[in-house]
Write a protein that binds this ligand. Structure first.
Ligand code: NAP
Length: 279
């Protein structure tokens, strides 16, 4: 019997999973670099998460991305959790190691920063405070990343105050929690403004923030990328600010996983953006 080398499989696990753009993105990179491999959306119900995740390596999977609602729970299933995933309290990338161990990492924060560096090369995160709206899972990755690149102060506001307070106690004194209803007052002298809430997404209410105190030198970004340019970004751009949409974060957070699973660091460029937008 001939021993054929296995074609590597990767994918994204979530529940539901039909909305995910990741299969289009990884499929595009596989074709672009002429690699053997497949990237598959896998719907796993929360009650099956541990069993089915542990089965995947036996089916030929070399790793998976993890999305809602499994990003936190997966940390209890992984054997090795990176420091940044532990600090954030969530993982989005698993590597199934040859020794059978499941390695969990979080690349959302590095993807967030890479997107801003690529699309706003003059952005100086150290030049002033950052305002972060929201305190969910994505906000935790954003706050960790902003601290890592040297932002001097983070003004954090969330509808549910307790969630913002928890983030303050996990990330320390650079984080200053403010009232959600006073968001407009936090914008004075901010160098960076980030929407990490799901407001503004197609089908959700708009994020409504008075922008009259926004510094025109501020960089404004939104993690929401459907629509690509949210109403919040349209309004911020009208005040003269540089704005960056959230699609680049999705592309950049995916690159490290693709490299580990398929062996090539993929380019994040206009062709990649176009492929995902058209897919
Ligand atoms: P999450 O953990 O569910 O957090 C949702 C956040 O939105 C919380 O801060 C929540 O506030 C706030 N929110 C929801 N509805 C609200 C409302 N009606 N009024 C005020 N605040 C509201 O979700 P997540 O994982 O952090 O994701 C947040 C967004 O980021 C989603 O749109 C997601 O698609 C996007 N995202 C994008 C990328 C990317 O690559 N671009 C990566 C990750 C996430 P409460 O705490 O008060 O509920």
């Amino acid at each position: 019997m001939t021993d054929h080398p296995r074609i590597p499989l990767a994918g994204v696990i979530g529940h539901p999973i039909a909305h995910s753009r990741s299969p289009v993105l990884h499929g595009y990179w596989l074709r672009r670099y002429g690699l053997k491999g497949h990237y598959i959306p896998i719907d796993i119900a929360p009650s099956d998460l541990a069993d089915l995740t542990r089965t995947l390596p036996r089916l030929g999977f070399v790793g998976v991305n993890v999305t809602i609602p499994h990003k936190e729970a997966i940390l209890h299933i992984a054997d090795i959790v990176t420091d940044r995933a532990a600090l954030i309290g969530a993982a989005n990338t698993l590597i199934f190691r040859k020794d059978g161990k499941i390695h969990a990492d979080n690349t959302d924060g590095s993807g967030f920063i890479a997107n801003l560096r690529q699309n706003a090369p003059n952005w100086m995160p150290t030049s002033g405070p950052a305002v972060v709206l929201g305190a969910g899972g994505a906000a935790r990755a954003v706050v960790a990343a902003l601290i890592e690149v040297g932002v001097p102060e983070i003004r954090l506001a969330n509808r549910t105050r307790a969630r913002a307070d928890a983030l303050r106690s996990d990330f320390g004194a650079k984080v200053h929690v403010q009232e959600w209803v006073q968001v407009g007052n936090l914008l004075d002298d901010a160098a960076t403004v980030v929407n990490t809430t799901s407001l503004g997404m197609t089908g959700k209410p708009e994020l409504s923030v008075p922008l009259d105190r926004l510094n025109p030198r501020a960089l404004v970004t939104d993690l929401v990328y459907t629509p690509l340019k949210t109403q919040f970004l349209i309004e911020a751009e009208a005040t003269g600010c540089t704005v960056v949409d959230g699609l680049g974060m999705l592309l950049h957070q995916a690159a490290p996983g693709f490299e580990r699973w398929f062996g090539i660091r993929p380019d994040v460029d206009d062709a990649t953006r176009k492929a995902v937008l058209q897919g």
